[in-house]
Ligand binder design. Structure first.
Ligand code: UDP
Length: 239
């Protein structure tokens, strides 16, 4: 497959066309942003870690019958994915209270939820990705009922699979964001799974091992990304 013109440059990735219309070429960057782009910076080699970690976790999910866009790793920073028609919703899955949920419901960060929480956000940078619900998504035509049901089902399955593997690495999977798209009418998991999109806390020390180190200026950002990837690589079994 050949890498052709750049179609889109996002905050953390560049997307390129390929000579096959069904596939995109993705390049992961070291650029980091937070608070809807207000805070900007670079995290050394983040693109490498996120590309490789995402590839590993998507392979693990696929081997457990989750439909995803992931196809193959090209090199340290690049991978091939299936072209999806993106659904303009983000699903946040939460196992432990943190971040915006802590503020919204007045609960301390670290409170263990009795069951996973699923939230929908409308993907729109100008609006700062507002929290919405299923009736908004249906009424606005962002997704139909079947698609919403599929996204929820996949999100809960992903949560079972990821909490299992992350737990084996002595890490809590606190919360994370998933994105979905359609390929031949089928709902598939897209985007990435990395310390940019997940909150990971060390089970023993409660230390944050994710993008909150950048957001909150906690230092040792690169080291945290490497730590999570190294620990996960030891426990994820891929055929
Ligand atoms: N998240 C993300 N992209 C977004 C918003 C959230 O990847 O645009 C992830 C974030 O890293 C965290 C989870 O989703 O793991 C929940 O984020 P939250 O709603 O608490 O917002 P935040 O406090 O990160 O602004």
């Amino acid at each position: 497959m050949k890498k052709l013109t750049m179609l889109y440059e996002g905050k953390a990735k560049k997307i390129f066309d390929t000579d096959d219309k069904d596939y995109f070429w993705v390049e992961y960057k070291d650029d980091a942003t937070a608070f809807n782009g207000i805070k900007k910076g670079t995290i050394q080699d983040k693109g490498i870690i996120n590309n490789k970690m995402s590839a590993m976790l998507f392979t693990y999910l696929q081997q457990n019958d989750v439909d995803t866009h992931y196809v193959e790793l090209i090199n340290d920073r690049e991978q091939i994915v299936k072209r999806l028609e993106m659904i303009p919703l983000e699903i946040v899955v939460r196992n432990i209270v943190a971040g915006s949920l802590a503020k919204r419901v007045g609960q301390e960060e670290g409170y263990e939820l009795a069951s996973p929480v699923l939230e929908l956000y409308y993907k729109n940078d100008d609006l700062g990705d507002p929290l919405v619900n299923e009736t908004h998504a249906l009424a606005m035509g962002w997704a139909n009922m079947d698609q919403i049901e599929s996204m929820k089902k996949i999100a809960l399955r992903v949560n079972e699979l990821l909490t299992h593997i992350v737990g084996k690495a002595r890490i809590y999977l606190v919360d994370y964001k998933l994105e979905f798209g359609l390929s031949e009418g089928k709902v598939m998991l897209g985007d990435e799974i990395s310390p940019d999109t997940c909150r990971f806390w060390d089970i023993d020390t409660k230390e944050k091992l994710d993008k909150d180190r950048f957001r909150r200026d906690l230092g040792k950002v690169e080291e945290a990304y490497v730590e999570v990837y190294t620990r996960l690589k030891e426990v994820v079994e891929i055929d």
